[in-house]
Write a protein of this length. Structure first.
Length: 110
DNA sequence: TTTATGGCTGTCA
DNA sequence: ATGACAGCCATAA
């Protein structure tokens, strides 16, 4: 696991329970402004069981991004991730609207 | 080395 | 509001 990703993970670990942050935000806070895509990459590579609340990271529209790969594992990079992510957030009190989107004005971090 | 490939994002139609 | 496009740049091959 590349060292550069640790910076992203460190920022994600600071996201408070019940709030969400965008990829771009993570990149900026990690001192890598404009590298949102790398953040997504790092999340997808995150091993299952890592002590990083990856589910609190969503895209700029406040929705859970679709995974492209076909991995069947239930970890961050698998198919089930979308469902798991939503379930974990709802369990923390984050509300999704009928379209599966989060109100960033309300649940956004910072 | 060079190329391809993205859990993205801002802008514009 | 949604969808297409073009930048973005670290990894992997």
């Amino acid at each position: 696991m590349p060292h550069s990703w640790e910076r992203f993970y460190a920022v994600v670990r600071r996201i408070p329970r019940g709030r969400v942050a965008t990829y771009g935000q993570i990149a900026t806070l990690a001192g890598a402004d404009g590298r949102a895509r790398q953040v997504g990459y790092a999340m997808a590579a995150l091993p299952e069981g890592a002590d990083v609340p990856w589910h609190r990271v969503v895209n700029a529209r406040g929705e859970v991004s679709r995974r492209s790969g076909g991995s069947a594992r239930s970890g961050p990079g698998g198919h089930w991730a979308e469902r798991v992510q939503r379930a974990l957030l709802e369990a923390e009190g984050v509300a999704f609207d009928e379209r599966g989107r989060i109100d960033l004005e309300r649940y956004g971090w910072e």
